[in-house]
Design a protein around this ligand. Structure first.
Ligand SMILES: Nc1ncnc2c1ncn2[C@@H]1O[C@H](COP(=O)(O)OP(=O)(O)OP(=O)(O)O)[C@@H](O)[C@H]1O
Ligand SMILES: O=P(O)(O)OC[C@H]1O[C@](O)(CO)[C@@H](O)[C@@H]1O
Length: 337
């Protein structure tokens, strides 16, 4: 086996470029040639290939996005399209494919494995951190940093104007960004999909009302995961405003969470996973994800990464739920003293 191919697929994530660098450098040290296909699976099918050489990698690690470009390409679910990809990979003499992406990308990799005999190695690259078998994914830490910084900024204006804000964060259907951003941003409340039971509108409204009464000159921030509230945070802000009589401002953070320079943690993780992926290929591994658990690089059968649930860390959930408790009673007592 002399040639490996790489794609980045699904939503881009800060750190993907650092990962590509590590793959290319490690492959070069082991006399393997690397080609990249642009735009994820679409690039394989349409044969949008380019050579990836060590000298091209000098300035990429610090950049967000992905130098290979990415896409959402639902057509890849069709057998005939996946077979086409297998043909292109064979035509290039590719022996192993590295897929950097999220759960959808790994479903795609498993699908491709039905039609292609080469080794397939997944590297978890998604800001959502919603892949089982790895403690974290490329891009997650940077996205949390970005969300935290945005919350800090909103906090300053919210505090200056004594306003209530609902800040919507990404995560598709997982609450990892929401939980971590809520803790880091000292949010007064958090709504993430994994909470059981989900807070009721009446309870949220009651908390806002009491907080406004106890601390009328203070800000109040609720971090809300996307896709959680029917109608989104605009609708939730409207409903809370109606229930409390307090204007609630909606601030969806959107795609700023996906862009930007990867932080140090993501760069280091990306390079560790990229290097380990090439080593795994040399060791003969196939159809596995290279993940990280408690600081150790692990290999996990690819299908388990998207078939298993990945729960939030309950200790962190408890931390946020504990810290967001406002002790109105002690404030009342102070005031009446
Ligand atoms: N069931 C499937 N069968 C074949 N290919 C799939 C399947 N699901 C997803 N893919 C392919 O993988 C691509 C990426 O998947 P998706 O758009 O869900 O992003 P992702 O990898 O989950 O990343 P992110 O978490 O950043 O959104 C899809 O656009 C499609 O090409
Ligand atoms: O950029 P798109 O295609 O709208 O996708 C947005 C989705 O991608 C992610 O940013 C990464 O999966 C999710 O958090 C979000 O739901």
């Amino acid at each position: 086996m002399e040639k490996i191919a790489v794609i980045t697929s699904g939503g881009d994530a800060p750190g993907m470029n650092a990962c590509i660098r590590a793959i290319v450098m490690t492959a070069d040290q082991n006399d393997l040639e690397v080609i990249g296909f642009g735009h994820g699976y679409r690039g394989i099918v349409e044969d949008l290939n380019q050579p990836l050489r060590p000298n091209d990698m000098r300035l990429v690690s610090q950049r967000g996005g992905t130098i290979l470009l990415s896409s959402r390409f639902p057509e890849f679910k069709q057998d005939k399209i996946a077979k086409q990809a297998a043909t292109v990979l064979d035509q290039h003499g590719v022996g192993a494919l590295i897929v950097i992406g999220g759960d959808g990308s790994f479903r795609g990799a498993s699908h491709l494995a039905r039609f292609w005999q080469g080794q397939i190695i997944g590297i978890p690259g998604t800001i959502d951190n919603d892949l089982a078998g790895t403690d974290t994914t490329i891009g997650f830490a940077t996205a949390v940093d970005t969300a935290m910084e945005a919350i800090d900024r909103i906090r300053e204006t919210a505090e200056a104007m004594a306003r209530v804000f609902l800040i919507e964060v990404m995560g598709r259907h997982a609450g990892f960004i929401g939980l971590h951003a809520a803790i880091a941003g000292s949010a007064e409340a958090m709504l993430v999909p994994e909470l059981e039971p989900q807070p009721k509108l009446a309870d949220l409204a009651d908390n806002i009302r009491r907080a406004r009464k106890a601390y009328p000159d203070s800000s109040y921030i609720i971090v809300v995961s996307e896709n959680l509230w029917p109608g989104g945070i605009d609708e939730l802000s409207r409903a809370l405003g109606q229930a409390t009589g307090v204007t609630c401002h909606a601030a969806p953070l959107g795609h700023i969470q996906r862009g930007g320079r990867p932080n140090a943690q993501d760069r280091i993780l990306s390079m560790q996973l990229g290097q380990s992926a090439v080593h795994a290929i040399l060791d003969g591994s196939r159809t596995v994800m290279i993940g990280i658990e408690q600081g150790h690089v692990v290999q996990v059968p690819l299908h388990l990464t998207f078939q298993r649930d990945k729960p939030l860390d309950q200790r962190l959930v408890d931390l946020q739920l504990g810290l967001q408790q406002i002790n109105f009673a002690s404030n009342d007592a102070r005031e009446s003293a």
